[in-house]
Design a protein around this ligand. Structure first.
Ligand code: ZN
Length: 141
């Protein structure tokens, strides 16, 4: 997979877009951390997402999932990079296992080793998720 080339100002723009999403946090009164995410698509558009807590817990949407759904809704589904921020400064806001899988599925189609940008470090998906599943493309009918 090819690593995307990102200018520092593009990474900053993406982090600002993720930070702006933090203002949209809503948790039904439950005290949880708010996460913001923003994706940069292969068409150079930016789409944001914020986590959405569900009282059922299993229906909670992660900020990364919402950002990906946002770009899908604009028919611009393939991404080069994702920035993630959080109001919780005690831990780096790297994607969870489920979100790493979603990023991998996106990368499989785009061919890009997605840059995952936090305020303190930039990772590539292959570093965060070195042995993705499945290890072969999905079968097509
Ligand atoms: Zn997640």
């Amino acid at each position: 997979m090819q690593r995307p080339t990102l200018e520092p100002q593009t990474a900053e723009r993406l982090l600002r877009a993720a930070d702006e999403m933090l203002e949209q946090g809503f948790s039904f009164g439950v005290e949880i951390a708010t996460y913001g995410a923003a994706v940069l698509t292969t068409n150079q558009a930016i789409y944001g997402g914020v986590n959405r807590f569900s009282p059922s817990h299993s229906l909670t949407l992660h900020a990364e999932q919402v950002a990906l759904a946002h770009c899908f809704a604009h028919a611009d589904p393939l991404i080069l990079a994702m920035a993630i921020t959080s109001v919780d400064q005690s831990a780096q806001p790297v994607p969870c296992g489920i979100c790493r899988q979603l990023l991998f599925e996106n990368a499989r189609f785009s061919g890009y080793d997605i840059a995952v940008i936090t305020k303190s470090q930039t990772y590539y998906l292959s570093e965060l998720y070195p042995h993705p599943w499945p290890d072969r493309p999905p079968k097509r009918d």
